[in-house]
Design a binder for this molecule. Structure first.
Ligand SMILES: [Zn+2]
Length: 587
């Protein structure tokens, strides 16, 4: 009897403490009217409005608005341009959170082989013995004389620290002996699959290369536990979310989240959900969770090989945070030879000696068609939307054929399956997507950053000029989106928009100009189309009465400035659910 009283008293005290903290969420923006604006609504009429009334996180009214309550806050935009917040439809939040802590060895920052290794050696001087070193951006394409390191080189440069290098394409990785040892992999460890493995030399010894994501999983799990401990996880995740907002994103989509247990999901839910959970304010005050603040919405696709992370019954899906589907991979990257093509890769010095793509190589599927068929059948029936990585023309064609054969148009019309990247989708495949109600999300930055190399050294001029046939998708009214695949490229929507319109490489050459789209279509790809792909077109993606007030204020009008200036547009403020995301706030 005494004991049960004690439990009741403890419980009561706990509830009392929680209810004290429960009031402590961040301060919400009061009812506001924005006046004298140039508000690009992206509604079905493409209307431009001058006023927008925001109440309780939603658009109460928009347009001319003659009357509004006297006591509400009035913001005079003085002609500034407002757009719907961007939706980053394909990103990697967990990997991006590592970014701040990684050593940057990319071709965006370094120009030569020597510069990279000298820089790394310098960085290693400040590290404690035994500390994990993770480097990003290894790229034999942008750094032309780059010598891909082997395990011996990495042992010599980092003898006392486990070190991992991550390729810019995120498909290949390299580690030293200590890294393999810490993760528990040696030359006798079984490879996860034929196409994802720990590379060995002719004597059967590890070379240090880790090919494709499945083989990397053990390393990322280990990093999640040691390198990204909970304190770092909180710090880097919050700054990553702010960075997305700083680039104008009000919704982020994790396309296949690389985490090994459900713990980070608690953090993600805490950061993005509309209201704080019952015990979260208490946990925040004890530093187990960060302080709440306005941050972008976050929707997640769970990896096909991490299905234990799925909620048991139905999609866990609110308007602010949710697990909405499953991500699968059918092929890989054009820069490792794992993109699956109909015709072989080009024979060039770069493709053969640097990227190690053999003559006549076409790439291979990462999963057999029957296995994919079973997978789609099983999880579609359970109501899950599926997004499949398809980069090459053969990959896109195969996956569409699988869907066609399954022949459940009504189910797919409801679930809206997605194809990711679609670099080399043929126009016939685009038409088949339309027929099957499957939509693509295009990885348009390939064209800007690697277009010239794709053209000259990897797939040749015919295929480079035919890649990313976005105008065809647009003319068929297919609801496609555009993405940067951060951390492969920074999630910078105006950069994607500019490339989709210009079709210009960073060297200044044009590729397939006939596939360029206009500014309105490009803006819609980043907003209302992406919202549709996420089943949220009634809630976000355009500025209309009743929708959430997710919007950005920018310094120039994208509808009137020169196309070449689009990527220089600055995001001045980002609002999610009517609340401003503070980019610089430090807790
Ligand atoms: Zn991706």
């Amino acid at each position: 009897m005494k004991k049960s009283w004690l439990i009741i008293i403890i419980l009561f005290t706990f509830i009392l403490i929680c209810s004290f903290f429960i009031q402590k969420d961040y301060e919400k923006t009061p009812e506001t009217i924005y006046i004298n604006g140039n508000i690009i609504t992206l509604d079905s009429e493409n209307s431009i409005a001058s006023r927008m009334h925001v109440k309780d996180g939603k658009i109460f009214s928009i347009g001319k608005i003659k009357e509004y309550p006297k006591e509400i806050k009035v913001i005079d935009l003085k002609g500034a341009t407002i757009l719907p917040g961007f939706i980053d439809s394909h990103s990697h939040v967990a990997l991006s959170s590592f970014l701040d802590a990684m050593i940057d060895l990319s071709g965006f920052t370094h120009k030569s082989n020597e510069e990279i290794w000298t820089y790394l050696a310098q960085q290693l001087k400040n590290k404690k013995e035994g500390e994990w070193i993770v480097c990003k951006g290894i790229d034999p394409i942008l750094v032309e004389d780059l010598k891909i390191p082997n395990i011996h080189f990495l042992d010599s440069i980092s003898p006392k620290n486990p070190i991992l290098l991550i390729s810019q394409s995120l498909h290949n990785y390299w580690g030293n002996t200590l890294a393999f040892k810490e993760v528990g992999i040696n030359k006798n460890t079984k490879n996860p699959s034929k196409n994802s493995y720990y590379e060995k030399d002719t004597l059967g010894e590890l070379t240090g290369a880790i090919i494709e994501q499945k083989a990397f999983l053990k390393f990322s799990d280990h990093l999640n536990k040691s390198f990204l401990n909970s304190k770092n996880l909180i710090k880097y995740t919050v700054s990553t979310f702010r960075k997305y907002a700083e680039n104008g994103n009000t919704t982020i989509v994790s396309a296949g989240i690389s985490i090994s247990d459900k713990k980070p999901l608690r953090l993600y839910e805490h950061l993005s959900s509309e209201k704080t959970g019952f015990t979260n304010p208490l946990l925040s005050s004890l530093s187990f969770l960060p302080k709440r603040q306005a941050l972008p919405r976050h929707l997640l696709y769970i990896r096909h090989d991490r299905l234990f992370m799925l909620p048991e019954t139905k999609p866990l899906n609110t308007d602010f945070y949710g697990i909405i589907g499953i991500k699968h991979w059918y092929d890989g990257s054009p820069y490792t030879g794992s993109m699956y093509l109909k015709e072989p890769y080009l024979n060039s010095d770069l493709s053969i000696s640097k990227l190690h793509i053999k003559e006549g190589h076409t790439g291979k599927p990462l999963i057999q068609k029957q296995e994919l068929t079973n997978f789609i059948n099983t999880y579609s029936k359970k109501g899950w939307q599926i997004a499949i990585h398809t980069q090459g023309d053969k990959a896109v064609e195969d996956v569409l054929n699988v869907y066609e054969k399954i022949n459940k148009k009504d189910l797919f019309t409801k679930l809206r399956p997605r194809l990711e990247h679609c670099l080399l989708s043929s126009t016939e495949s685009i038409e088949k997507m339309k027929k099957l109600n499957i939509t693509p999300s295009f990885h348009i930055n390939h064209l800007y950053y690697y277009g010239q190399k794709l053209n000259d050294d990897i797939i040749g001029s015919d295929r480079s000029n035919a890649m990313l046939p976005i105008r065809h998708a647009d003319s068929l009214n297919l609801k496609f989106s555009l993405h940067a695949d951060q951390p492969m490229f920074e999630s910078n929507p105006f950069r994607l928009i500019q490339t989709a319109i210009e079709r210009k490489t960073k060297e200044g050459d044009y590729l397939g100009k006939k596939h360029s789209i206009n500014i309105l279509s490009a803006l819609k790809a980043m907003t209302i189309n992406a919202a549709w792909q996420l089943h949220k077109e009634d809630k976000i993606g355009s500025l209309e009465k009743g929708k959430y007030a997710d919007f950005i204020i920018v310094d120039k009008n994208p509808l009137t400035i020169n196309t070449s200036d689009l990527s220089n547009i600055k995001i001045l403020n980002t609002f999610v659910n009517g609340n401003e995301v503070l980019f610089q706030r430090v807790d």
